[in-house]
Design a protein around this ligand. Structure first.
Ligand code: NAD
Length: 237
């Protein structure tokens, strides 16, 4: 059985990824920071789920989680770097602490699991970063988020070169996906957004999970250093 790690997997996109990969026969390290019950709940849906706590912005916690998992279950096939936060503040509003938190979680928190897991990764392994369309187009409502997600793309590209041919490294950039991140949208805002999207609807976490499953499949064997947009055509570039 192949082992995969999904960070920030207790809810939203990470949860959907964990469930999809579990259904496809992977053993999934379901990383969470706070919501132990929710992470445990995934065990009831897929048998081979291993909930493990770590704050991805703290290297010691990430290193311990990966080390313990690897010692117990063996080599890791894939890392899915999904954990992230979105602080909706522009340059004037954003405190230095908000900025640092965003970079620590979204960018360093994507790098730390890679650094910790590399010695334990399988030949032919996969790394998938979850970036965002805002990495490409910028955002009027958040100054740190787009910067952190553009950083993730830069990290993905360098790792794709450095880790070839042992490990394939790619990213997915979601558009608007129906999770807690957009929970403050009013019904009118949701409708307006759906109308703006060429495919006519807001994305589902499962839409992202399907793309992750593809990047882990044999069919994606010749793909590295690539980004897949999962945005319903909202931002085409
Ligand atoms: P979400 O808020 O539901 O999920 C984020 C997950 O990250 C949660 O499980 C949370 O607990 C976890 N997390 C946050 N800080 C953490 C930390 N320090 N350590 C470990 N885990 C931590 O949002 P989501 O929409 O499911 O987001 C998942 C990823 O997709 C994020 O990286 C987000 O930036 C990205 N994304 C989301 C959208 C969207 O529209 N929903 C669009 C583009 C990109």
């Amino acid at each position: 059985m192949k082992n995969v790690v999904v960070t920030g997997a207790s809810r939203g996109i990470g949860r959907a990824i964990a469930i999809e990969l579990g259904k496809r026969g992977y053993r999934v390290l379901v990383n969470y920071n706070k919501s132990r019950e929710k992470a445990e709940g995934i065990r009831k849906i897929i048998g081979e789920a291993v909930p493990m706590k770590a704050d991805v912005s703290k290297y010691e916690e990430v290193g311990k989680m990966i080390g313990d998992f690897c010692e117990k279950y063996g080599k890791i096939y894939a890392l899915i770097l999904n954990a992230g936060i979105y602080i909706r503040k522009n340059v004037e509003e954003m405190s230095l602490e908000d900025w640092k938190n965003t970079i620590d979680i979204n960018l360093s928190g994507a790098f730390y699991p890679v650094k910790a897991a590399l010695p334990c990764m399988e030949e032919g392994g996969r790394i998938v970063f979850i970036s965002s369309q805002l990495a490409f187009k910028g955002s009027k409502s958040s100054v740190a988020y787009g910067a952190s997600k553009a950083g993730v793309l830069g990290l993905m590209r360098s790792l794709a070169i450095q880790l070839a041919p042992k490990i394939r490294v790619n990213s997915i950039s979601p558009g608007t996906i129906d999770t807690d991140i957009i929970k403050n949208y009013t019904p009118e805002q949701r409708e307006k957004r759906a109308r703006e999207i060429p495919l006519g609807r807001i994305g589902r976490p499962e839409d992202v999970a399907g793309a992750v499953a593809f990047l882990l499949s044999k069919e994606a064997d010749y793909i590295t250093g690539a980004n897949i947009d999962v945005n319903g055509g909202l931002y085409i570039h």
